[in-house]
Design a protein around this ligand. Structure first.
Ligand SMILES: Cc1cc2nc3c(=O)[nH]c(=O)nc-3n(C[C@H](O)[C@H](O)[C@H](O)COP(=O)(O)O)c2cc1C
Length: 490
């Protein structure tokens, strides 16, 4: 047995790259907490810094010759770690958790899921933009339920299927897409990025997905059309204006500009009360469809939406259909009854949606309404000619999988595109889409579904979907472990 190492001897080794009694010099760069945290204790007793974070088993992972010997008991003051050493170590550890990028935000490659983008966007966005994007109607119960409902659907994976190749490609309204996901219409892109929706156009192109362009875009229709690359698909979202002639003019412009489908929003005859948004006065410039009718006192949403026609009804379906050759899609269907009417009146497709929980609070989630809609349509549309889309709360690849299994042709995604745009611009939006692709690919592999066509209804268990208050235990582990990604204070 080696003689105890004198504390005087330990104290001599406080230079960089020289740590005793364990010599972990070679390990400095590999230390998950960073070299700095170890060096803060170089030449000193690091026990107080080590113990709260590690168990002693990790020392077995070091090569044997790292252990130089045992230090003697006691020792001089200078070999004891001081409060300032712990502070230095903590600062070094913090740096590892949140490496700074030039903008004060975590580097983009640290964004591992869509919630990360939301956290960073909250830190970097102005109050007006954050309030407008993040708000939901009244108590925001539907806003939360949109996402939570996916957690009440359980997966039934199949095994022993060749999943060496996964193909996520599909078609939506006759256009190709790299996965069953599109960027849905969300107004006022300039609150996220000074360039506005055209950045989403570019990101949609590079990721091979479809963009739905909003009536209330910050960019003009021409700008969004101009930003489109050859072969790229865009759809147009329409709010019917009280001035019907103006509506016809806009629709013609969209059709002439090469938009491939007309998504008429039918869930907003009045704008929901979005209190977080209403507390802010609308300061940004209004979209060009406004023609000066802007009341700036009641938040962004109300300021820009006074022109929407509340008299729109099923009787107008004929008018809509004769106005354009674009297929008509009704966005905002929430019941089996209305899905049947949409079919009867000749809609080519529907989007099951509650407007991202921004309209009628305590309306059911999009995914729950989808289950009802699919059942109702089975009776009349046996061949599934009318395509069904869904949006609201899609945040994971598994959410996309569940929606497809329930009978959706594709899913729309709103806020995460705005948050990733606000936080990191085009590369952010692209990364958000890539993360969803990675997640969906993994889920498809683990579910035994090499192609979208292999995703079947029996692969999901929806018994709990319509039970809104299930006495389930809280997931304390996940709740305490997930650390929201935050930007450093700017
Ligand atoms: C900031 C914001 C603006 C929106 N603007 C519109 C709009 O102008 N027209 C429309 O039909 N839907 C609009 N929506 C609703 C979205 O198209 C979509 O239904 C919803 O965002 C989906 O939910 P998600 O945000 O949870 O993905 C908006 C949603 C948000 C969050």
């Amino acid at each position: 047995m080696k003689a105890p190492i004198k504390r005087d001897e330990v104290a001599k080794h406080k230079e960089k790259n020289d740590c005793w009694v364990y010599d972990v010099t070679h390990f400095l760069d590999e230390h998950p907490g960073g070299a700095g945290t170890i060096l803060a204790y170089a030449g000193k007793d690091a026990t107080a810094g080590f113990q709260p974070i590690h168990n002693t088993d990790v020392l077995d992972l070091l090569p044997e010759n790292c252990l130089l010997g045992q230090a003697e008991e006691g020792g001089k003051e200078e070999t004891k770690a001081k409060p300032e050493d712990h502070k230095t170590a903590q600062k070094e550890a913090d740096k590892q958790q949140l490496p700074e990028s030039p903008g004060g935000k975590p580097p983009l490659d640290q964004m591992l899921n869509l919630m990360d983008f939301e956290s960073v966007a909250r830190d970097v966005m102005k109050k007006e933009g954050w309030g407008y994007y993040s708000s939901g109607g009244d108590d925001e119960i539907t806003l939360r339920e949109n996402h939570l409902a996916f957690q009440r659907i359980w997966l039934r994976p199949r095994v022993m299927v060749d999943v060496s190749k996964i193909d996520m490609r599909t078609t939506m309204m006759g256009s190709e897409s790299s996965l069953p996901l599109y960027i849905t219409a969300t107004a006022l892109g300039r609150l996220a990025d000074p360039e506005g929706e055209v950045v989403l156009t570019r990101a949609a192109y590079s990721e091979g997905i479809i963009q739905m362009c909003p009536t209330l875009a910050s960019n003009s229709l021409e700008e969004m059309i101009k930003a489109r690359k050859p072969g790229q698909t865009q759809w147009y979202q329409l709010y019917v204006n009280k001035n019907r002639q103006l509506t016809e003019k806009i629709v013609k412009k969209a059709e002439d500009g090469g938009m491939k489908a007309l998504f008429v929003t039918v869930d907003a005859p009045a704008l929901g009360r979005r209190e977080k948004d209403m507390r802010n006065k609308f300061a940004a410039s209004a979209p060009d469809v406004q023609k000066g009718q802007v009341n700036r006192q009641q938040g962004t949403a109300r300021a820009i939406s006074t022109f929407i026609d509340p008299s729109l009804s099923w009787k107008d379906m004929q008018w809509l259909k004769t106005m354009t050759k674009m297929p008509i899609v009704l966005k905002g269907i929430q019941t089996g009854e209305d899905a049947l009417l949409a079919y009867k009146y000749g809609a080519k497709a529907i989007v099951v949606s509650n407007h991202g929980g921004r309209q009628l609070d305590t309306a059911r989630s999009g995914i729950e309404a989808l289950a009802e809609v699919v059942e109702a349509l089975k009776e009349v549309d046996r061949e599934g000619k009318m395509e069904i889309y869904v949006d609201g709360g899609i945040r994971r690849g598994s959410d996309i999988f569940k929606a497809i299994a329930l009978g959706a042709k594709g899913v729309g995604i709103g806020r995460p595109m705005l948050y990733s745009l606000a936080a990191y611009g085009q590369p952010g939006v692209e990364r958000a889409i890539q993360l969803l692709k990675d997640e969906l690919e993994m889920v498809m592999r683990l579910m035994g579904t090499p192609t979208i066509a292999d995703i079947k209804r029996e692969m999901i268990d929806t018994k709990s979907l319509s039970l809104h208050f299930v006495p389930a235990p809280r997931d304390h582990l996940t709740e305490s472990i997930y650390e929201p990604m935050r930007a450093a204070k700017l």
